[in-house]
Every structure is written in structure tokens, then in C-alpha cells.
Design a protein around this ligand. Structure first.
Ligand SMILES: Cc1ncc(COP(=O)(O)O)c(C=O)c1O
Length: 347
């Protein structure tokens, strides 16, 4: 990187700073003593707010991070002889250092996907003979919304997957690290894209959308997952200073800040994708439906681009790069990146 490098990049929506309204909420709750482990007024208000969004019977469990949310969800729902069906590119499968397998004992059964989204047909092929003791038994279907490849499941796709899963006795988990981006893209509410379609446990992501840290596990029917509070504690995801996670979520939910942030990030990705059309050498690898742009670029362009910009090379041998937009991506960031593309293209 050169020293004239700018401050905002396309590496990850995780790399963006804390949203000022979230920072303000953290400062505002930082007065006096408050009971720990969620027995404080901010956490109680936050729980109430989540019930307004996901139904009176729902219960929300705040945790520190996305990997933890996934682990707690699996630990609460499955025994170790039961497996999780997920896509081959699912974060739980590729980027969590085997956390689900290590901490819950449940095996992941991955299905291949061309665009990050799993299909009913691919899942059906994994259903074993339930009487065959030598095979793990699928107990959960885990879907990522928006997917790791920046695509979005529509409500009818989700309903079909959830119906299939429930017919076969599978709990449906949604890794919603970026559900905000999916809901913003489709103009839906959070519940319309999750619990109303049949999702049983949702991990609603905060960190990629303006929070300092924190994810919320929303449980549609807590009675069906009685182990969940215990598993949150046992897996070290129960925060003693819960009010600081709750205050951040309160701010994110207030006046739909989550949507405002996600709409901004999605629009930035759409602008970037449109800008890349100028380069016949560059191709979009997947539909740009949320805030991720996956582009195939000539291999020899990558070192030049990386000298000036931070982004991840997804598949080096294919020249596949990931450009991630955030709630704070500016027009000038996109223009600057496109000017780097022009330089390397010799225009
Ligand atoms: C889809 C998805 N799920 C889960 C996570 C895990 O989040 P964390 O890094 O907070 O554990 C990430 C992080 O990049 C992610 O992209």
C-alpha cells in the first residue's frame, strides 16, 4: 500500500467504523450501575423491541459475534449425531475454523451451489435413511442471507426451503450476518425474510452494519429450544455487561437505522457494479443483489489494484476478487477505485 492510501476501502463491511448513532447509544448507556447478564433496563427494552419486530412469543439472545451466534444456535438445536446442511460456501463451513464442529460435535453436510444459495433438490439428496445408524442424521438446514456471494433469497424461495426442512424434521437456521442488506434489497421487513417464512432461529447481524460488536439470535419459539440460554453461557457468549450490546441494537433498530445503512451499502455496490461495466476485461461473477461485488479481473491487474486498495482476492487462480461496500462507502471511493481500474487497463 502507498502512503497516499485513502481511509475507506472495499475489504469488508466489518472494516467500517462504528456508526455515530451507535457510538452515541454506547455513551448514553454508560452511566451508573446496571445489573449484569441482561437484567438491566436497556436489555429489557431491547428484548421488547425485538418482540415488536418478530412477534410477542419470540425471544432474542444477544451474543458477541457471528461465529458465536451460529455455534449457540446449533448447540441449542442439535445433538452431536445430528448434522447441519449448509452450502459449500457457507461461512460456518469455510471461515469459522470448524467452530460448529468443534464446539457442538455436529457435522456439517455441504451442498454445492453456483451462486451461494442452496436448493431444495440439493438438500433432498443429502437426506439419509433414518434407520441407518452409521450415518449422521441431518437436524438443521442453515441458510445465509444475504449469501456469502452477495445473492439474496426471496421470500418464496425461503418458504419452499423452510417447508421442505420442516417436513423432514429439520430446524431452520438463518445466518443473517447481512439480513439487513437482503431486506433492504427486497424492501421487506426483517421478519418477512425470516421468521414469517418459517426460519426458526435467526442470527441478526449488527457488526457488518454499523455496530462495534454484537449479534442477536432471534428465536421464533423459545419453547422449542429450551437449551438455548444455557448453551449461550456454556459457549462463553453470555455478556455480563449486556447493556452495551443491547444499547447498540436499540440504536440500530431505532427509526430503521439498519435499513438506512443497508440501503446505502447496497446502492454503493450497484454503482460500483455499473461502473465496472466500462471494462470489457472485467466480468461480474454473481448477481449484485446486496452489498458485495464479485468480479473476475485479469490476473496481472490484481497486484496494481492491491498496491492502492484493500480488498480480498477470493479465488486467485480465477482472478476473482470481492469488493465489499459498507454503510459509509462514498461516491468518491467508488470513483477512486474505478480510476485505479482505468490506470491498470491503460486508459
Ligand atoms: C455470513 C457470515 N456469517 C458469520 C460471520 C462471522 O462473524 P464474526 O466474525 O463476528 O464471528 C461472518 C463474518 O464475516 C459472515 O460473513
Amino acid at each position: 500500500m502507498d502512503n497516499t492510501a485513502p481511509q475507506r476501502y472495499f475489504a469488508s463491511d466489518n472494516a467500517a467504523p462504528v456508526h455515530p448513532r451507535v457510538m452515541q447509544a454506547l455513551a448514553s448507556c454508560n452511566t451508573g450501575h446496571a445489573l449484569s447478564y441482561g437484567a438491566d433496563p436497556v436489555s429489557e427494552r431491547c428484548q421488547q423491541r425485538f418482540r415488536e419486530l418478530f412477534g410477542k412469543q419470540s425471544e432474542t439472545f444477544l451474543v458477541y459475534n457471528g461465529t458465536g451466534a451460529n455455534v449457540v444456535s446449533v448447540a441449542a438445536a442439535l445433538r452431536s449425531h445430528q448434522a447441519v446442511i449448509c452450502s459449500d460456501v457457507a461461512h460456518i463451513n469455510t471461515d469459522e475454523c470448524g467452530a460448529v464442529e468443534a464446539l457442538t460435535g455436529s457435522k456439517l453436510l455441504s451442498v454445492s451451489t453456483s451462486d451461494g444459495k442452496v436448493s431444495v433438490e440439493a438438500c433432498a439428496a443429502l437426506l439419509p435413511d433414518p434407520s441407518f445408524v452409521h450415518h449422521v442424521q441431518p437436524g438443521m438446514l442453515s441458510l445465509t442471507q444475504s449469501s456469502e456471494l452477495g445473492t439474496v433469497y426471496k421470500p418464496d424461495e425461503l418458504r419452499r426451503l423452510c417447508d421442505f426442512a420442516h417436513r423432514h424434521g429439520l430446524v431452520v437456521h438463518m445466518d443473517g450476518a447481512r439480513i439487513a442488506n437482503a431486506a433492504a434489497a427486497l424492501g421487506c421487513s426483517l421478519s418477512e425474510l425470516s421468521t414469517e417464512c418459517g426460519v426458526d432461529i435467526l442470527s441478526f447481524g449488527g457488526t457488518k452494519n454499523g455496530l462495534m460488536f454484537g449479534e442477536a439470535i432471534v428465536c421464533r419459539d423459545p419453547n422449542s429450544l429450551p437449551a438455548l440460554p444455557f448453551m449461550r453461557k456454556q459457549t462463553a457468549q453470555l455478556s455480563s455487561k449486556m447493556r452495551y450490546i443491547a444499547a447498540q441494537f436499540e440504536a440500530l433498530l431505532q427509526d430503521e437505522l439498519w435499513r438506512e445503512n443497508a440501503v446505502h451499502a447496497n446502492k454503493a455496490a450497484a454503482k460500483l457494479a455499473a461502473g465496472l461495466e466500462e471494462f470489457p476485461e472485467v466480468g461480474l461473477a454473481f448477481k449484485v443483489e446486496a452489498n458485495a461485488v464479485f468480479a473476475r479481473v485479469p490476473l496481472d491487474w490484481i497486484p496494481h489494484l492491491q498496491r492502492h486498495e484493500l480488498f480480498y482476492v477470493w479465488k486467485p487462480e480465477q482472478g476473482l476478487i470481492r469488493l465489499m461496500c459498507s454503510y459509509d462507502t462514498e461516491r468518491q471511493d467508488i470513483d477512486r477505485l474505478l480510476s485505479r481500474f482505468r490506470e491498470v487497463a491503460g486508459r
